[in-house]
Design a protein around this ligand. Sequence first.
Ligand SMILES: [Zn+2]
Length: 283
Amino acid sequence: MQLLRLMSGAIIIRMPPDGLPQAGIHGIELTGIPVVHEFMKEIEAHQLVYNFICVPLSNPMGLDSQIMGVQTGYNNLHTNQQNCWNWNRIGNLKDEPSQEGHWIKTLLDLSAPADIILDLHTAGVEAAPHIYYNESQKEHVTGLGIPHLLSWNISSDSFADTNFQRGKVALTFELSSSRSVQGEWVKESLIYLRRFFGLLPKVEGSRIWQTEKQLKKWYSPTGGILCWHKDAGDTVAEGDVIATLYTRKGSMDLKSPFTGVLLLKNPIHAPHERQELAKFLVE
Ligand SMILES: [Zn+2]
């Protein structure tokens, strides 16, 4: 098992804010790991006026969980297979002597001195980049060039939300799709971080959505083989044919139930009845 790799303190000037970029708390979410490694080089090169704690590999147990080369470490399957814990929903376990409790305590102790927490995630088999943030922290997420900004009111037990409740700027970035990684995604994600830390000018163009009201899930009407006709990030209108489902009785058109944006596709190609297929941002 790999140990937590911690790199601390590129430069300390005056009374800088502490920043903690972290990646990979979900073991299927790979893009953030090279992004943090590459960003550490930029901290050095530009001598950024922050005191960084970089955690490129925040969940080695999750990363090591795979079946036939496919990452499966979203939940901890090892400790409780009947009711496995989502690795990013274990904040409530921090005082327990379990593996999850020990791990979240380690991450919370590491992040305790930080003022800014950037938790780098990915989503789905195909996703448009987005950020989850508390509505009070809008100024920190605008201008980065991330197309969709999802503001929340009701806190979860996620690592970032737990840190928000500790009084920090705490953001969950969803950089790309999960389980694979491409050089382009790493490059684009580094641009978001450069804008965040002032190395590049801010840009316009992000859309803001209310998570509790506008983020909607979509479920398969029956079992079959799913062929999409839309890409993540595409605009859709209610009633548009967006996919074909090949069932035992033949093929059927699946129409969009919403007008808005197809935010992400779940990693489901052969869904069963009522399995979640996708998430939409709804006008
Ligand atoms: Zn995640």
